[in-house]
Design a protein around this ligand. Structure first.
Ligand code: NAP
Length: 488
């Protein structure tokens, strides 16, 4: 990344104070950075609740977007996602608008912050894919009573996050990368990340690589978190295990993050705007401060980053000036008091913690071209037809078979919520009104052409209330779809 510089040679940062406790945390971080003498300048811009209230549904003003396009560097406070007005989360909008595809969330034991894990040496980083997966928020009601969320995961997106995960390990001198997925169940979507990980790992022979199933990863994180160095995972998994990881080291008050894209970076705490503490000068600003430390390292300002990080760790280890979430209301320093104590500790180092040697993260090369994955062979063997049906599955199956009689297609089975119900297997399954009819070519050697499909849909018209169809495709001899439970 080549930072945008002001005429006097300072790196310009878009500063978003945010909502609730955001401005207090951001002020603390800004003050600490300025006290190091780091050559940064600030361009303050708005996002979040105040912007939603102006009637801008994205929660981000055009001026903010312009500023970020120019600086490509953001330090931000949390943004509230209002319930009842506004549309999408402004945080997610920012991450997606600027394709910050990697969310880096370190969790490291902090001296003076006692947890059940103190002394175990927890020191890990969750590298979470940041723009795809269920978080794309592509949702539809299949029927008035059945909802669907599309989990779209691309090969390009997986390759980027995997390479970033290995580069993060290298930048911090770490030895192992785990890839945590649910590929055993979601073979297409989560499986894409696993396959990308296995294909790319040999490019990084200096780093050991392991795949782990995400539920076991959660279990192992609670049982033996010190075994992890870097965990690469999909968006939703990463959201959950990174919050879990932050709890291992003292909670959200200490959990920083970086959202990294090819040429843009947004630094923010993992926590939200905690509105009940807003304006009270009681909040722990460390998470935003550590996010600012990550920003300084990203810019190659390692000395200034170490000055702040060492002073924070020294202050917490010493235990005289402590934030509220560690020592409770009575003994706690104010946010500003804590900030000033840390600045006064510049030049000091904690005695029990050895800081890592950091190198700049080498962002993976990403082609700007779309990733057209060309299959050598492809075949359309049939379709899944998603139908709203308020009567028995037997009637649906028989009715569908009647419509398909004399056509090139036949009904293989009807399932509901992923379980085969027709022809019946005698299973006890609750039924709802959303069914999937799996329809295949009678002659398995022939392709289902669009003409065949159009003719079938014409025949269905008026007989079934269908919501959508999904073609069943085979790419390079491999099924591009999964089977329902009970399907042979
Ligand atoms: P939250 O703001 O993270 O607060 C939840 C609790 O975490 C707080 O009540 C407090 O616990 C603790 N906490 C949070 N920040 C802390 C800090 N700096 N120091 C010490 N403790 C801290 O979560 P929320 O209440 O669910 O969300 C509030 C709003 O923030 C929502 O509108 C949400 O959408 C938004 N949000 C924004 C972001 C973001 O901007 N990236 C992330 C998450 C949520 P105690 O009550 O135990 O003291």
């Amino acid at each position: 990344m080549s930072p945008f510089k002001t005429p006097d040679g300072k790196v310009l940062v878009t500063l978003i104070p945010g909502d609730g406790i955001g401005p207090e945390c951001v002020n603390s971080a800004k003050k600490m950075i300025e006290a190091t003498g780091a050559p940064l300048a600030w361009e303050e811009r708005a996002a979040g609740e105040s912007v939603f209230k102006q009637g801008i549904p994205s929660g981000v003003t055009p001026e903010t977007i312009e500023s970020i396009k120019k600086t490509r560097l953001v330090l931000k406070g949390p943004l509230g996602t209002p319930v009842g007005y506004g549309e999408k989360s402004a945080n997610v909008t920012l991450r997606k608008l600027f394709e910050t595809y990697g969310n880096i969330r370190p969790a490291r034991e902090i001296p003076g912050v006692k947890t059940p894990y103190t002394g175990r040496g927890v020191d890990l980083i969750v590298v979470r894919e940041n723009v795809e997966d269920l978080y794309a928020g592509i949702e539809h009601m299949q029927t008035p009573g059945v909802a669907q969320c599309l989990k779209l995961i691309s090969r390009k997106g997986c390759e980027k996050i995997v390479r970033l995960g290995f580069e993060v390990a290298r930048a911090e001198g770490r030895k192992t990368d785990h890839c945590a997925t649910k590929a055993n169940i979601m073979k297409c979507t989560e499986g894409t990340l696993k396959r990308a990980f296995e294909a790319i790992a040999p490019e990084y022979p200096d780093i050991e690589s392991y795949h782990i199933i995400i539920d076991n990863c959660a279990h192992q994180l609670v049982k033996k978190p010190e075994q992890f160095d870097v965990i690469i995972t999909t968006n939703m998994n990463g959201d959950i295990i990174s919050d879990l990881s932050s709890a291992l080291i003292g909670g959200l008050g200490f959990a920083p993050s970086a959202n990294l894209g090819t040429d843009i970076a947004i630094f923010e705490a993992v926590h939200g705007s905690a509105p009940k503490y807003a304006g009270k000068n009681v909040i722990n600003p460390t998470a935003v401060v550590f996010s600012a430390v990550m920003m300084l390292r990203y810019l190659g300002m390692f000395k200034e980053a170490a000055t702040i990080e060492n002073a924070v760790l020294f202050t917490l280890e010493e235990g005289k000036v402590m934030p509220r979430d560690v020592v409770g209301d009575e003994k706690a320093a104010s946010t500003t008091g804590y900030t000033d104590a840390i600045i006064a500790a510049y030049g000091k180092k904690p005695s029990k913690v050895q800081l890592r040697d950091h190198k700049p993260i080498k962002m993976p090369d990403v082609s700007a071209r779309p990733d057209f994955v060309v299959a050598k062979t492809r075949k359309v063997v049939g379709l899944d037809l998603f139908v709203e049906w308020a009567s028995s599955v037997d009637e649906l199956g028989k009715g569908m078979e009647a419509v398909l009689e004399g056509t090139p297609l036949k009904l293989k089975m009807v399932s509901s919520r992923g379980t085969k119900l027709y022809p019946t297997m005698g299973t006890i399954t609750d039924t709802v009104d959303a069914f999937t009819c799996r329809i295949l070519m009678r002659d398995a050697d022939k392709d289902m052409t669009d003409e065949i499909l159009a003719a079938i849909m014409q025949k269905m018209s008026g007989k079934f209330r269908w919501g959508h169809i999904e073609k069943l495709q085979i790419f390079d001899g491999k099924d591009g779809f999964t089977k329902a439970q009970g399907e042979d």
